[in-house]
Design a binder for this molecule. Sequence first.
Ligand SMILES: [Zn+2]
Length: 161
Amino acid sequence: MKLKIRTGFGYDVHQLQEGLDFWLGGIKIPHTHGALGHSDADVLVHVICDALLGAANMRDIGFHFSDKDPQYKGIDSKILLKEVVHLLAREGYEIGNIDSTICLQEPKVNPHIPEMKACLAKVMGIPEHDISIKATTTEHLGFVGKKEGVAAFATVLIIKQ
Ligand SMILES: [Zn+2]
């Protein structure tokens, strides 16, 4: 019997630069630095997009929304996430659950997690209970620890209707 569930995985990194807005998990985090990218550089939204697309074997975020395309310059990544959910729905997939981890030395992400979950649940049209967001520092090691960048990972389960 063919399985009706599929898993997907996403990984992404963005540089941090002083003076930029810091979009993370669909919301703006107060901080001196923000993530650099062609879009709003929301690393958590990007890994969720990649994990969902990967689960459906539909390539990745850069394939669907090229960072060379001026129409995506500075775009709110939530718009891309909404489109990814539509692309999957068209293939008959709905989201089971999402688990994710943000790697960031500072600021503390934990106080913002409830707001991120509420925001992303609304964008994807799924219950907050189906989105897990975790955060960790890297104990001052590597580019995350040296505050040069932010990284994130996500796994998802999707269900074929
Ligand atoms: Zn990205």
